[in-house]
Ligand binder design. Structure first.
Ligand SMILES: [Zn+2]
Length: 148
């Protein structure tokens, strides 16, 4: 299966912004930490409404260590087939399930880990929500009986 398009019929223009690194041949080239990093980056993409639709080892590059300004570890490339209106159902998402399987990860464990990591940065939001709920509950208490 070739995806090379002859120039006369080309519909798309590709702008290569920079060299990102060497593409993988197989997900087994990643160690356990890099696999989790890759999966969590994919989850964040999904949560922002992007489904890649072609997440194969050839579309993952390992960022060169010398490029200090870029993200380190596995970087997802080639969004040729991506959909931008993805409403991710989370742990039941087909792409997440497939990639977790390909990486040998437990999707439930990884989704929980992601929630915990994001929770550390939004403790304030949780506190505000909790206080709001308590205040709401207090004002919803039944009125004391009147002394007629
Ligand atoms: Zn999804």
């Amino acid at each position: 299966m070739s995806r090379v398009r002859p120039f006369p019929d080309a519909q798309n223009t590709v702008l290569m912004i920079r060299y990102a690194g060497n593409a993988l041949n197989d997900f087994s080239e990643l160690d356990a930490r890099a696999k989790r990093t890759l999966f969590h980056r994919l989850v964040r993409l999904h949560r922002s409404g992007v489904q890649h639709n072609d997440l194969e080892p050839r579309n993952v590059v390992i960022a060169a260590k010398s490029s200090a300004s870029s993200a380190s570890g596995p970087v997802i490339i080639d969004f040729d087939r991506a959909e931008l209106d993805h409403d991710c159902p989370g742990p039941s998402c087909e792409e997440l399930l497939q990639v977790a399987k390909d990486l040998g990860l437990d999707i439930g464990v990884e989704m929980e880990r992601q929630v915990q990591e994001e929770g550390k940065t939004s403790v304030y939001g949780v506190v505000v929500a909790f206080v709001s709920a308590v205040v709401f509950a207090l004002f919803r208490l039944p009125h004391r009986p009147h002394n007629d």
